[in-house]
Design a protein around this ligand. Sequence first.
Ligand SMILES: Cc1cc2nc3c(=O)[nH]c(=O)nc-3n(C[C@H](O)[C@H](O)[C@H](O)COP(=O)(O)OP(=O)(O)OC[C@H]3O[C@@H](n4cnc5c(N)ncnc54)[C@H](O)[C@@H]3O)c2cc1C
Length: 517
Amino acid sequence: MTKDVLVIGTGISGLTYAIQIAEENPNVSMVLISKSDMKEGNTRYAQGGIAVVSNFKKDSFEKHIEDTLTAGAGTCDPEVVKFVIEEGYERVKELIEWGAQFDKKRKKLDLAKEAGHSEKRIVHFKDQTGQHIQEALLIKIKTYPNIELLEQHTLVDLITDHHSKEKVNRCYGAYVISQEEEKIKKITSKITVLSTGGAGSLFAHSTNPEISTGDGLGAAYRARVLMEGLPYVQFHPTALQPKVNGHTFLITEAVRGAGGKLVNMQGERFMVKNDSRAELAPRDIVAREIQKEIENQKEEFVWLDGSGIDKKQWKNHFPTILETCKNLGIELPEEPIPVVPAAHYFCGGIKVNKKSESQLKGLYAIGECSATGLHGTNRLASNSLLESLVFAQRAAQDTLLALRKKLPNKAFYNAIPQWNGDGYSNSIEIQEIKKYRNELQELMTKYVGIFKTNNGLKIAENRIDQIYKAINSIYNKNKLTYGLCELRNMVSIAYLITKQSQGITQNQGVFYNHDYA
Ligand SMILES: Cc1cc2nc3c(=O)[nH]c(=O)nc-3n(C[C@H](O)[C@H](O)[C@H](O)COP(=O)(O)OP(=O)(O)OC[C@H]3O[C@@H](n4cnc5c(N)ncnc54)[C@H](O)[C@@H]3O)c2cc1C
């Protein structure tokens, strides 16, 4: 298959990018693939909403810029912060034109407040913002005849000069597994986009769905694409403990914004003594304080007390949380919610420029898998959906220009070989895969999680290196399977995070090593 554009990932970033292109030039041929069904990915689980300045009477771009820079602890790219925040409102208006609806109060957008924001500016749809946006985008995308959508298609590797006779440092598409057909296909394209999301599944507790295994990062690493800031993994302070159907369920920051209080087993509101902003301190601080309480008290969780929020507000603003807790036998608002910190967001990723272009020509990275400079070492709550929208539009504009230039012809793409190897098997169950995946998650949580030490990082590095070699050996001897494909990426990214963490000698943003405290 040869297309003008191949988009790998159908979250907010991939879908927005493709719609932006189709709106301007419906003749561009595109294929969008997703490893699971189109709806699965981090976008679907976003509860809080999009941080955007829309109430210009009370709020201003300057205030949002200031909040973002403060959260980033002086490590954000100020130029990027400025244009993302200034372009954000236009992008949200576009979303609304495309069919997304947000909660309103007296005909105006109902804005919520979240940790680290000096004003109410979070545009949301109840506590289902991401799901709602994605559904609207999926309805819209299906209206373009030149866009093909392929579910259950998994990126294996990017096609680069290595697979051709060229030496121009360019990407020519990707090899992908078709789970249903049980084969590896070659999809060539003039432009390739990675919008593959994060890698929260590297940790035992993560708010991300299981499929967030850093596949785009792994493929970029193998293609020698430059990455940045991988050790800056943001932990969300409040995920529900226990898991729900095997998934760690998030309790949005907006619950604390609405008056939820964190208390330990003694009923003590511990955030008050640790930070003047108490529960509304930035995420990294709240997550660390919760983790400290858990470790010091040898408990498994702390409580989030939502009794100060009235039942009507719970019903109107947090219906999913209300129902999920009810199913676990927790009656809100009277009873407190047991919460733990969980891996949530990758601040780092594939290094891109202001048009979301990576350093490999013809390859863009958008959304969570990219490192744009917006977040620096710590993301401000609800800035990531915003980042996806702004960079998707910028990448789309740049793609439209790039497609006008002279690019390789059909014969060139035809000459690129098919996948070299034994192909794909759906049926082989390699027992070791699950074992290594669990071990990797335990190692990352224990030694490369919220708190790190030099000794712990070394222990993790040594063991991850052994696992890496073992997985390579399985990869070389067996047909590729879906699980093996994920694990290959997970171990590479785990290794990179662990190795790069050892080079960081200053605690900044979400990064914390006890030896530098
Ligand atoms: C529980 C939760 C709550 C959040 N709340 C907020 C919030 O309120 N506000 C905010 O701004 N941000 C929030 N975030 C972060 C935000 O949702 C994500 O950063 C954002 O949605 C990422 O979008 P994306 O398009 O980059 O990736 P995703 O939405 O994760 O989509 C990734 C896509 O890539 C595909 N993919 C991955 N690997 C492969 C592969 N190998 N082959 C083919 N396809 C592949 C997947 O199938 C999927 O379609 C939240 C995240 C979580 C998990």
